[in-house]
Design a protein around this ligand. Structure first.
Ligand code: NAD
Length: 383
């Protein structure tokens, strides 16, 4: 079975009764407001270890039940599915226990910080007969969906020649984009978030921080590359060149037969410096990410074509070789939409209808594998 194939699940055929674990930043700013606004979803329970924070967020969102931890929630028969956002390695362990208890899970990325942890989480999903979706919101951005459709079509028809190269650039910036959703904070200390035991066994522990920092950020870009190129597990690392910070540099990948370059770094940019461009022999498809928490902004998409006249195209002159050049800024639909809200909608609707997830846990295993390969290659090159 390739990692995009999923077993068929019975549709729920009614609103999903959702429990949410972890009333932290992302829950309050993004996921709780989004899930609460969906007609197909009933937010029935919240789990938060920090009591006063849990009570305040419960009050604000009018959630009926409050649990002191995810295990009590996972035992609640009135909860169909659980969403979780928490520190990087901890959220995978919370997800694993919820899946084992038979609850469908929506979890923030990264699913896992090692293949071994990913394997345990996916085994729990199989054992519990439950489904796992990882919240790679870029796959639900209407602009990226449009770019994906064009790339898929050009590759199928060959109308703009061979796919030559894909460039993914991720230098980050201000992801909050001035979001003004109120965020309740707590003086209570957060629960321990174990990390060491979930790191890859081969990774020298002094590289743990750099590895997790790199993985949690650029897993987004690699996951998007695989989405744009319809790649399941057909992806490998060809070359890695990172600075000693373990973050700035370039990674060359082969993804679904195409050479891809991932450019990684970090800027104090006032917007969000991320774009991905697929070059064909006679055109390109280029998509620019919006600042992440800027509600209802979609990726901007530019399509360049250098058509031979028989291929048709927009009115305009021909160059000295008889080629017509056009650039279009295609507008995706829905034009005003938020990737995070659409991913929440996708989770709920997929449970209601039994449709497969576009970003399943099984599929995401490939991203975790590639991250291990990148860091192993980099460390091997250092020694
Ligand atoms: N997709 C994106 O664009 C994006 C952006 C930022 C962060 N993230 C992801 O979000 C996650 C961080 O989320 P956050 O900033 O909201 O975290 P956070 O630390 O602010 O909140 C986590 C909350 O979970 C609670 N908690 C921990 N264990 C618990 C348990 N067993 N039961 C109940 N509650 C428990 C903690 O007390 C805390 O309040 C990270 O994994 C990160 O990768 C994703």
């Amino acid at each position: 079975m390739t990692n995009t194939e999923q077993p068929v699940f019975r549709p729920l055929n009614r609103p999903v009764r959702l429990g949410y674990v972890g009333a932290g930043n992302l829950a309050q700013r993004v996921h709780l407001p989004n899930f609460a606004s969906l007609p197909g979803c009933e937010l029935v329970a919240l789990a938060e270890v920090r009591r006063s924070l849990g009570e305040e967020v419960q009050r604000r969102f009018g959630i009926a039940k409050l649990y002191a931890g995810h295990r009590a929630m996972a035992a609640d028969p009135e909860v169909d599915a659980i969403a979780v956002s928490a520190p990087f390695a901890l959220q995978g362990e919370i997800a694993r226990e919820c899946l084992l208890a038979g609850k469908h899970v929506f979890m923030e990325k990264p699913m896992a910080i090692s293949l071994a942890q990913a394997g345990r989480i996916l085994a729990a999903a199989r054992e519990g007969g439950a489904r796992l979706m990882v919240a790679y919101m870029k796959r639900y951005d209407a602009g990226n969906e449009l770019a994906h459709g064009v790339i898929q079509e050009w590759r199928r028809t060959g109308e703009h020649g061979r796919l030559l190269y894909v460039r993914a650039h991720g230098f980050c910036g201000d992801w909050l984009a001035g979001i003004d959703a109120p965020v309740a904070r707590s003086e209570e200390p957060p629960p321990a978030a174990p990390r060491e035991e979930h790191l890859p066994a081969w990774l020298p522990r002094e590289y743990g921080g750099r590895y997790v920092g790199f993985l949690q950020q650029y897993t987004h870009n690699i996951n998007l590359l695989r989405f744009l190129l319809d790649a399941d597990d057909d992806a490998r690392v060809a070359h890695v060149d990172l600075d000693p910070d373990g973050r700035t540099g370039v990674v060359i990948l082969q993804v679904a037969g195409a050479r891809c370059v991932l450019e990684t770094g970090q800027l104090r940019y006032h917007r969000w410096d991320e774009h991905t461009q697929a070059y064909f022999e006679r055109g390109w498809v280029h998509t620019w990410a919006p600042p992440l928490l800027l509600r209802n902004a979609v990726a901007e998409v530019e399509i360049y074509r250098s058509d031979l006249p028989e291929a048709g195209g927009a009115p305009g002159g021909l160059d000295e070789h008889g080629v017509q050049h056009t650039i279009t800024r295609a507008l995706p639909e829905p034009r005003w939409s938020w990737a995070y809200k659409r991913e929440a909608e996708h989770f709920v609707e997929s449970l209601r209808t039994g449709a497969p997830f576009c970003s399943s846990g099984e599929d995401t295993r490939t991203d975790v594998r590639l991250m291990e390969e990148i860091y192993r290659d980099w460390l091997n090159a250092q020694t």
